[in-house]
Write a protein that binds this ligand. Structure first.
Ligand SMILES: Cc1cc2nc3c(=O)[nH]c(=O)nc-3n(C[C@H](O)[C@H](O)[C@H](O)COP(=O)(O)O)c2cc1C
Length: 361
């Protein structure tokens, strides 16, 4: 379905290396997501025919609207890659202008590319030309650091180049996840460009989404960690906030394993891959916390006090240690019942480190 038709009011599953893998996107679609973005894909690696990179641009047939995010800084290469991913089914093609990782920024990609608005404009222009109607979007941050905030320049340059929408993650490259996202800055972009703006940062509950929309006036929002911690967030947007039992949550995690086995296969090497991804996802699933007993809401930036975890299964699902994640993964892959009493005991650090730990993300 056309991106711009589906976009208004939607909650987009954002691009996440490892996180927005194909089976995880399918899970989110089953739970109500309509617009999904795959893992960052390096244009040059496509050109060099890396098989692993081609795996990242595959869409699932049931994805209503699938975007591929490309990283690159050469206009011809980006245009070539954009045409390729569109020919393989992408409904829109996004340019990564926010990746903070040194390995990529040292090559002039991601957040480093956003320091050159003119080059951004040229890249978008070439991509638009090559795509003949498939929308090009950009995903930006607010700038390199708080002394170099250039989000309005970058957003305008991208739109001058023909970008059909702008995703704005309301933090700088240097801030990583240290501060809350700045939704007033998202609102400035909304007012500065004539295309839909999709705001991003710190959304975990339907009321967060509503507040962010109100504050910024954005056309839609994007979630990343929120979609990993609570993939049922998409359903909550239409059905309202619901506290899932630990069994309900476990059934969702089990569904992910089934989708992952379907995707990667059921032989030994594929099962190792599924186990690796599932353990990794448990690192986010364990951050789940419901509304607090006093009616207030947990935030994204702090690890929540685990008073809500009363039953043995709730306590097990809230454990942050690798041993618990590996044990749970093994049970889900073997399709065995999860008996919390049989799980390995938590380590001392696990017991001590539960409260108010900064979320790394
Ligand atoms: C595991 C992980 C991987 C990510 N990978 C990408 C990526 O490939 N491309 C990108 O533009 N942003 C990436 N991000 C950033 C998110 O898309 C998003 O902008 C950021 O996490 C803020 O949203 P949130 O507060 O909802 O997490 C990643 C985030 C996480 C947590």
């Amino acid at each position: 379905m056309p991106f711009l038709d589906l976009l208004p009011g939607s909650v987009v599953l954002g691009p996440m290396t490892k996180g927005s893998n194909l089976p995880y996107r399918r899970l989110c679609v089953e739970l109500g997501a309509r617009v999904t973005v795959g893992e960052m894909t390096v244009a040059r690696r496509l050109k060099q025919k890396h098989r692993s990179e081609f795996a990242l641009i595959r869409r699932a047939p049931e994805e209503p609207c699938f975007g591929v995010q490309l990283a690159g800084n050469n206009p011809d290469e980006m245009a070539w890659a954009a045409a390729l991913v569109a020919s393989r089914g992408a409904d829109f093609v996004d340019v990564n202008l926010g990746c903070p990782i040194d390995y990529f920024t040292s090559k002039g990609l991601g957040a480093a590319l956003a320091r050159q608005p003119k080059r951004v404009q040229r890249i978008v222009e070439e991509m638009v030309r090559a795509l003949g109607g498939v929308p090009v979007t950009v995903k930006i941050r607010l700038g390199w650091n708080s002394d170099h905030l250039n989000y309005l320049d970058v957003a305008k340059a991208a739109v001058d180049g023909g970008a059909a929408a702008v995703f704005v993650h309301g933090r700088t490259r240097d801030a990583r996840y240290r501060f809350a996202a700045d939704w007033d800055a998202v609102g400035e972009v909304v007012r500065a460009v004539p295309v839909p703006v999709i705001g991003n940062g710190d959304l975990l509950f339907p009321h967060d989404v509503e507040a962010a929309r109100q504050r910024s006036g954005c056309a839609a929002v994007m979630v990343a960690r929120g979609g990993l911690i609570k993939p049922w967030l998409f359903r909550e947007m239409t059905e309202g906030y619901r506290e899932l039992t630990a069994d309900d949550r476990l059934a969702i995690y089990q569904r992910y394993v089934a989708l992952a086995l379907e995707h990667w296969g059921d032989h030994d090497r594929a099962r190792a891959q599924v186990a690796d991804f599932t353990r990794w996802h448990f690192g986010f699933w364990c951050r789940y916390a419901p509304r607090r007993p006093d009616g207030s809401w947990p935030g994204m930036q702090e690890r929540e006090d685990l008073v809500f975890a009363v039953t043995p299964l709730e306590r097990l699902l809230a454990r942050q240690d690798q041993a618990a994640h590996a044990w749970l993964t093994d049970r889900l892959l073997a399709n065995e019942a999860v008996d919390p009493e049989a799980a390995p005991p938590p380590s001392d650090e696990e017991v001590d480190g539960r409260n108010s730990v900064q979320v790394a993300g």
